[in-house]
Design a binder for this molecule. Structure first.
Ligand SMILES: C[S@@+](CC[C@H](N)C(=O)[O-])C[C@H]1O[C@@H](n2cnc3c(N)ncnc32)[C@H](O)[C@@H]1O
Length: 232
């Protein structure tokens, strides 16, 4: 690795849990039950499975959904081995106060992909939707809360600024007036802050969204203490 950071080629399919989402986005029960929630770039996350188990109305969208779902589930399972090995190499840069250890981090991912797989087997057609930014297969104003964990900004080097502008405007299009969009983290895989965040926040204002940086409660990734909240 020439630069500092987390080594990654292409976009990995990871599988964070409901609890990790609650912490990273500071989610309150009242915010989750207000209407339909969409997890964008949801990958193998069990957020949708666990949110529905709790009685919320949650949906997931990702380009890996659709045909061949079993293959993707296996890929996400393998990614747990891959990411654990990579994390071990740069372990000292991370804050382990939430996970406790690499072993706990791994166990949490294994539990999450298991819940995801079980939920997918029974609900694939109505909760897991094939789609990719910057164009999502939803109508205007469809969701009260739109979440995006570990895709936008993180892969900024691969996707570029134009993509990020289009993607944000798309998330704003599908979010209801009065709804919110939350995105985390705001750094790249090299742990560098997104260089054009202020410019992006100006575009958001131009399209009548209110952008704020809010403290996240999931200490882990270096220099990654805030999420982006957009109120519509
Ligand atoms: C690192 S995973 C994050 C998964 C989950 N949100 C989590 O936090 O564990 C990134 C996901 O982004 C998805 N992805 C890749 N390109 C995308 C695009 N253009 N639009 C939406 N999602 C995309 C990948 O398929 C992958 O599942």
């Amino acid at each position: 690795m020439s630069k500092q950071g987390y080594e990654q080629i292409g976009v990995a399919m990871t599988c964070r849990s409901f609890e990790e989402y609650v912490k990273m986005f500071g989610l309150q029960q009242s915010e989750l039950k207000i209407g339909a929630v969409l997890d964008v770039a949801a990958g193998g996350s069990s957020f949708t499975a666990e949110a529905n188990e709790r009685g919320y109305s949650a949906f997931a969208v990702d380009p890996r959904y659709g045909a061949g779902m079993e293959e993707w589930i296996n890929e996400a399972k393998q990614e747990i081995d891959t990411s654990t090995a990579k994390l071990a190499k740069v372990k000292d840069h991370f804050d382990w106060s939430y996970y406790g250890s690499l072993e706990n981090h791994r166990a949490s991912r294994e539990a999450s992909i298991q819940r995801f797989a079980e939920h997918v087997h029974h609900n694939v057609t109505n909760h897991y939707i094939y789609g990719m930014l910057p164009e999502l297969p939803f109508s205007d104003d469809q969701f009260s809360l739109v979440l995006c964990s570990h895709f936008m900004f993180l892969y900024a080097d691969q996707f570029g600024h134009e993509f990020h502008i289009k993607a944000i405007l798309e998330l704003m299009r599908i979010c209801k007036p009065g709804g919110q969009i939350r995105i985390y983290p705001l750094i790249s895989l090299n742990w560098e802050p997104y260089p054009k965040l202020e410019e992006l926040m100006d575009v958001i204002s131009l399209y009548k969204g209110r952008a704020e940086l809010i403290a996240s409660d999931l200490p882990f990734i270096p220099k990654s203490s805030h999420y982006l909240k957009i109120s519509m």
